[in-house]
Design a binder for this molecule. Structure first.
Ligand SMILES: [Zn+2]
Length: 85
C-alpha cells in the first residue's frame, strides 16, 4: 500500500485527474491524466513517464493536440483584499 508522503495518513489511489499547466503565460488544461491521489489530503503525484508526456504535449505547440477549447472565467482579486496596506 502506498502511503501519502504529505499527510502520512492517506492512501495514494490511482485516478484520472484534470491538471493545469502554464505555457508561455497561457494556461492549458489536461483531462484524463493518470495520477495517484491521496484519499485524505488530495496530494497528487504523476509518474515520471506521465510527467514527461505532459511536458512533451505542452511543448508541441498550440494547434496539434488540443481536443477542445473551453472558455475559462478569469477573476482578478481587488486591491482591497490586501489587508496589509
Ligand atoms: Zn495525504
Amino acid at each position: 500500500m502506498n502511503r501519502c508522503r504529505v499527510c502520512n495518513n492517506g492512501v495514494m489511489e490511482e485516478q484520472l485527474v484534470e491538471t493545469w499547466m502554464c505555457r508561455a503565460g497561457k494556461w492549458v488544461l489536461f483531462r484524463n491524466v493518470p495520477a495517484t491521489v491521496c484519499n485524505i489530503c488530495g496530494e497528487r503525484t504523476f509518474s515520471q513517464e506521465v510527467a514527461e508526456r505532459l511536458a512533451t504535449m505542452l511543448d508541441s505547440g498550440d494547434s496539434e493536440y488540443p481536443t477542445s477549447f473551453d472558455y475559462v472565467p478569469v477573476f482578478t482579486a481587488p486591491h482591497q483584499w490586501n489587508s496589509r496596506t
